[in-house]
Ligand binder design. Structure first.
Ligand SMILES: *Cc1c(COP(=O)(O)O)cnc(C)c1O
Length: 421
C-alpha cells in the first residue's frame, strides 16, 4: 500500500497534487511519500515483534539524506556498502552503533573510517578481508565486531543480476567452509565475532528460499556455538520483493516473512537484524515525466517522454516492469492503445515499456512511473549530459526538494580543462 492515489481526477502524493510539484520543479523528477516509508518500516516492526531486533535499512536502495534522517528518527539502523554511504549515514545523524557495513570489496580506508567513526558490525565476506580488517583494527588499537557472511547455496529464484546466495555468486563464504573461517576469526587480533550474516538476493517473491537459508543459519549457529564461538546476532539480509505490477500475484507480506524468521531462528536467543531496502523504499516513490512527442512508427506507436534510462535504469538493466499511469485520471471506460514508452537517449535500450496499454496522451501530459523509490535515483547518471533529476519529499500537504537539479553551469564546472591543453 502507498499514498499515491487519485483524488478529484488527479494523482496525488499524500495531500499534494503531483501537478503542483511538476509546476514547481519541472519534469522529470522523483517524488517520495514519507508516510509510505514510515508505514513500510512499521510493517517490519510488527513482523518481528516479540523478537529482539534491529531493522537496518539498506540505504543503497535510496540514500538521500532526508530519507536517512526519516529512517534514523524511526530508530532504524542502516546497512551501508561503501565509505560514501557510511559518511552520508553519519551526516544524517545515524549513530555508528546502528550502522552495519556490508560489501565484498571493503578497502582499508573504509575500514579505518568506520572503526574511527563507530560501527555496529562489519559483515565480512572473505578470508582476505578478515586478515586486512584484523590488521587495520589492531593497528588502531580497536576491536572490530564482525559477522561472517555465509553463502548458503540456495536459489533465490529472482533475476540473475540480483541473486546473491548461490555458490557461483561472488558473495560470502561457502557455508561449508564457515567453521574454518570462524576459527580463523577467533585467532586474529582486533576481531570480535558477534554473529552470522546472510543475504541471498533481492526482489524475492517466494518465502521458500528464505526458509532454506535461515534454517541453514540456525544449524550453523548451533555448530559454531559448539565450537566455542559467541553467536549473539543473526543478520538475515534484505531482499523481500514488492509488487511491481498491479495485476501480479502479490509477493509475501512482511508479516509472513516474520513468521519464517520466528520459525527458523526465533528460539536461538539471538538479536535479529534485517536489511530491507526495496520493500521500504520501492513503492514509496514515483518518477514523473512529461510527454514530448507521440510518434507513429510502422506498426507501433512511440510515446517519447522527457525521462530516460539515465534517470531510471531498471527497465534497461533488469528488464524491470514499472506501472505507468497518467497524472490526470483517465475517464472510466476510455479506450486504451498500445504504445512503446521511450526516452530521448541515443540507445535502443532507452525503452521503459513495449506495447503498454495507455489511455490517449498528448504532448505536455504528465505520466508517473510507480514503484520507483528504490534503485531509481541512486542509480541515475548524467549520460547524454542530462542533469540528475530532482528528488522531492512529501509529508501530508507539504513538499520539499531534497536534491536539486544541477544547472548546466553546475555540470560544466565539474570538468576541468588542463592548462597545457
Ligand atoms: C542490496 C542489499 C540489501 C537490500 O536488498 P533489498 O532487496 O533492497 O531489500 C541488503 N543487504 C545487502 C548485503 C545487500 O547487498
Amino acid at each position: 500500500m502507498d499514498y499515491f492515489l487519485y483524488k478529484q481526477g488527479e494523482l496525488y502524493a499524500e495531500d499534494v497534487p503531483i501537478r503542483d510539484i511538476a509546476r514547481a520543479v519541472g519534469t522529470p523528477f522523483y517524488v517520495y511519500s514519507s508516510a509510505t516509508f514510515r508505514r513500510h518500516y512499521q510493517l517490519f516492526q510488527e513482523a518481528l515483534e516479540g523478537m529482539d531486533h534491529l531493522i537496518c535499512y539498506a540505504m543503497k536502495a535510496n540514500g538521500n539524506l532526508a530519507i536517512l534522517k526519516l529512517m534514523a528518527d524511526l530508530g532504524a539502523g542502516i546497512d551501508v556498502v561503501s565509505g560514501g554511504e557510511y559518511a552520508k549515514a553519519r551526516a544524517a545523524g545515524v549513530p555508528g552503533e546502528r550502522i552495519v557495513f556490508s560489501g565484498v570489496g571493503k578497502t582499508e580506508a573504509e575500514m579505518r573510517q568506520a572503526l574511527a567513526g563507530g560501527i555496529r558490525q562489519f559483515n565480512v565476506e572473505s578470508e582476505p578481508e578478515l586478515l586486512v580488517l584484523s590488521r587495520v583494527a589492531d593497528s588502531m588499537g580497536a576491536l572490530a565486531p564482525i559477522s561472517i557472511r555465509v553463502n548458503p547455496d540456495v536459489d533465490a529464484k529472482t533475476h540473475a543480476k540480483i541473486a546473491t546466495g548461490k555458490s557461483e555468486n561472488k558473495f560470502g563464504i561457502p557455508i561449508s567452509k564457515a567453521s574454518e573461517a570462524y576459527a580463523m576469526a577467533a585467532r586474529l587480533p582486533g576481531i570480535k565475532v558477534v554473529g552470522i550474516d546472510v543475504h541471498i538476493g533481492s526482489q524475492l517473491t517466494d518465502l521458500g528460499p528464505y526458509e532454506m537459508a535461515f534454517s541453514k543459519v540456525a544449524e550453523l549457529t548451533h555448530r559454531l556455538r559448539a565450537e566455542g564461538h559467541e553467536i549473539s546476532r543473526l543478520d538475515l539480509g534484505g531482499g523481500l520483493g514488492i509488487p511491481y505490477e498491479n495485476s501480479n500475484t502479490a509477493p509475501p507480506l512482511p508479516l509472513e516473512y516474520g513468521e519464517v524468521v520466528r520459525k527458523t531462528v526465533g528460539d536461538l536467543g539471538c538479536e535479529i537484524e534485517i536489511e530491507p531496502g526495496r520493500l521500504i523504499a520501492g513503492n514509496a516513490g514515483l518518477m514523473v515525466g512529461s510527454v514530448i512527442y507521440l510518434k507513429q512508427g510502422e506498426g507501433r506507436d512511440f510515446l517519447i517522454i522527457d525521462a530516460a534510462m539515465n534517470d531510471l535504469i531498471r527497465p534497461a538493466m533488469y528488464e524491470a516492469h514499472h506501472d505507468i499511469v497518467p497524472v490526470k485520471q483517465p475517464e472510466p471506460g476510455v479506450d486504451l492503445s498500445a504504445v512503446d514508452v521511450v526516452g530521448p537517449v541515443c540507445e535502443s535500450g532507452d525503452t521503459f515499456a513495449r506495447g503498454r496499454n495507455l489511455p490517449p496522451l498528448q504532448a505536455t501530459d504528465l505520466i508517473a512511473f510507480r514503484s520507483a523509490g528504490a534503485y531509481g535515483a541512486v542509480m541515475a547518471s548524467e549520460y547524454n549530459a542530462r542533469p540528475l533529476i530532482p528528488e522531492v519529499l512529501v509529508q501530508g500537504d507539504q513538499f520539499a526538494v531534497i536534491r536539486a537539479r544541477p544547472s548546466f553551469e553546475d555540470m560544466i564546472k565539474r570538468d576541468t580543462i588542463p592548462e597545457w591543453l
